[in-house]
Design a protein around this ligand. Structure first.
Ligand SMILES: [Zn+2]
Length: 133
């Protein structure tokens, strides 16, 4: 039996295709991911929300030395995105040349393959960001 007070919102299929976070009922700030305590005011009165899928680049780094397993991947961009609802997310920015990325660039979330199949044949997907043209 499942009660309405424990939504199964954190199940994998939801996490894959939605950008979930929490909103603090005390200070109204939003944060990415599952949290029990508000990082801003310390309140435990939080509710689960679906975060905005669009935002702008707050800061970024161009990674020229890919980690092991991604040697052929080339330079890529890791950015902190300030979402339209104020939450921040860190992720890769795709579909743009590192020389053309800039702070303040409008981006939207997309789901992309982020890892190779493991021995169980699982392919990992996660969110990335791409410029809004
Ligand atoms: Zn708070």
């Amino acid at each position: 039996m499942s009660s309405p007070r424990s939504p199964r919102i954190w199940q994998l299929k939801d996490i894959r295709y939605r950008l979930l976070g929490v909103e603090c009922n005390k200070c109204n700030k939003r944060f990415l991911g599952k949290r029990l305590v508000c990082p801003s005011c310390g309140s435990r009165d939080l509710k689960i929300v679906e975060l905005s899928r669009t935002g702008k680049i707050y800061s970024y780094t161009v990674v020229h030395t890919p980690p092991r397993g991604r040697e052929n991947y080339g330079p890529y961009i890791i950015a902190i995105i300030e979402l339209d609802d104020g939450a921040r997310a860190t992720g890769e920015v795709v579909d743009v040349d590192p020389s053309e990325v800039e702070i303040g660039m409008k981006v939207e979330m997309v789901f992309r393959r982020i890892g190779e199949e493991d021995r169980a044949g699982i392919i990992y997907y996660g969110y990335k960001f791409r410029p809004i043209l």
